[in-house]
Design a protein around this ligand. Structure first.
Ligand code: EPZ
Length: 426
């Protein structure tokens, strides 16, 4: 397991290009299975989760090869619809293969994805929706941890999601594209990554309307065709780096920032005293004064404040001049960083629900050795280390590479003193 070592105290400055979007890439890679042929994916991020999706594609008989940041996927050779337990355990987003394999083969066998450090992450909305689409489901294996879904034909239906789940919306869309009839999703997730999936599928010949809205309608078609698609930049990576610049009182430009997709993040940072200027796809952020607290910040489904930016915002607000309150409405245990930030001198109080944090800002955090518990929490600890003078070590940092191509490369581009190191040299 690798660690990251940061010698903090440098104000970040300069210019940096934002990588392609992890959460847009993963569902599109799964969706490529619906077209028995070629998908050319441009601006695809070279991150662990993408490498993992490629491994599953190859396990199924498909292939994928890189040409710089272009991923050329060929699914013609796919001859299996079983995703191994080990694959799903390694990355729960493998559950997106459920809808794609079902859509193509009308059958899929896949392990129940476990929870992760941020929550139990059940898939009841996914399964309940598929059942309404004429999909039979059996639970196999010693503790019924293997799901076997099959049907002679997927029949479009009305699907009401009790919560606008991103994954459930995506799996219903993936199952509906080659189905018979029309599927209407009510209370669909509106995240940009759902919009991107619909956009990719429409360019491949699917008939979808309502992308990006809470009402999506999919009319089944017979087949899809090859497509070349360019992924957007990663809105959460952009937000993460904005928080790093703000926490170090820096001044920098982020190129290829999907500005329209992070409106609430921009507004929240402006409330906290950051100066932000936007151009068509670049964003300039500077924060020369001490950060201001944010009275109440609640994470919400899109277009609300994204839960994937909560940990990074918490780190920033640990340095604000006053008390901020953060409420995590989406995941039941996404405050894993609190203990680690306290180790660095942060003053954070949690209520008994464990979903409401009161953060009393301090003038500066102290360098320490801390542990990353999840992808975004790990990135938030890098931000904490960048702001604290002295050497901070973030252990178990590999989880950060699941979503960030190279956070050390990127932060060094802005003047940070940061490097990866393996555990045993520390
Ligand atoms: C996607 O996860 C993202 N992952 C997550 O990003 C993101 O945090 C999340 O959406 C919310 O925006 C990818 O896109 C690969 P959900 P997903 O289904 O689809 C509950 C990151 O850091 N729920 O919208 O799993 C669930 O437990 C990751 O990049 C059910 O109860 O999120 C959670 O509390 C982390 N039953 C809430 O809904 C279900 O059947 C939101 O989950 C499905 C979900």
């Amino acid at each position: 397991m690798s660690s990251i070592e940061v010698i903090g105290g440098e104000r970040l400055k300069g210019e940096l290009k934002i990588q392609g979007s992890k959460n847009a890439a993963l569902p599109v890679i799964a969706a490529a299975i619906l077209n028995k042929g070629i998908t050319v994916l441009k601006n695809c991020p070279r991150i662990l989760d993408v490498y993992h999706m490629i491994n599953v594609l190859e396990e199924l008989g498909g292939s994928a090869k890189w040409e710089k940041d272009v991923l050329v996927i060929d699914t013609a050779g796919i001859n299996s619809s079983s995703v191994s337990e080990e694959s799903v355990r390694k990355m729960r987003s493998s559950i997106l293969f459920l809808g794609a394999l079902l859509g193509r083969f009308k059958e899929v066998t896949i392990a129940y994805p476990g929870g992760c450090s941020i929550g139990k992450r059940p898939i009841d909305y996914h399964l309940a929706s598929l059942k309404r689409m004429n999909v039979l489901q059996e639970f196999l294996g010693p503790n019924e941890s293997i799901i076997h879904c099959h049907t002679d034909k997927i029949i479009g239906n009305d699907i009401f999601l009790e919560f606008p789940s991103v994954g459930a919306t995506q799996n219903v869309i993936l199952s509906a594209v080659l189905s018979e009839g029309t599927t209407r999703i009510f209370n669909a997730a509106r995240e940009p990554e759902v919009w991107e999936l619909c956009n990719y599928l429409a360019e491949a010949g699917a008939r979808i309307c309502g992308k990006g809205t809470a009402f999506i309608e999919v009319e089944g078609v017979k087949k899809l065709h090859d497509v070349e698609y360019t992924l957007p930049s990663d809105r959460i990576v952009a937000g993460t780096y904005m928080a790093a610049i703000a926490a170090t009182n820096g001044n920098a430009v982020l190129l290829d920032t999907p500005v329209r997709q992070i409106e609430t993040v921009i507004r929240t940072m402006q409330k906290s005293g950051c100066k932000i200027e936007e151009s068509d796809n670049a964003l300039k952020i500077s924060c020369t004064e001490r950060l201001l607290p944010v009275k109440l910040l609640c994470t919400r489904p899109y277009p609300g404040f994204p839960t994937d930016m909560q940990s990074q915002m918490m780190t920033m607000l640990c340095l604000a001049d006053g008390r901020s309150t953060i409420v995590e409405e989406i995941f039941e245990s996404r405050f894993q960083n609190v203990e680690e930030l306290r180790r660095m001198g942060a003053i954070i109080n949690l209520d008994e629900s464990g979903r409401r944090a009161e953060v009393d800002g301090v003038k500066s955090l102290s360098a320490a050795t801390v542990t990353a518990h999840d992808l975004r929490g790990g990135a938030a600890l890098v931000i904490a280390g960048l702001s604290a003078t002295g050497k901070t070590v973030i252990r178990d940092a590999t989880c950060i590479d699941r979503g960030y191509e190279d956070i050390c490369r990127d932060m060094s581009m802005l003047g940070a003193r940061i490097r990866y190191c393996s555990e045993n040299v520390l």
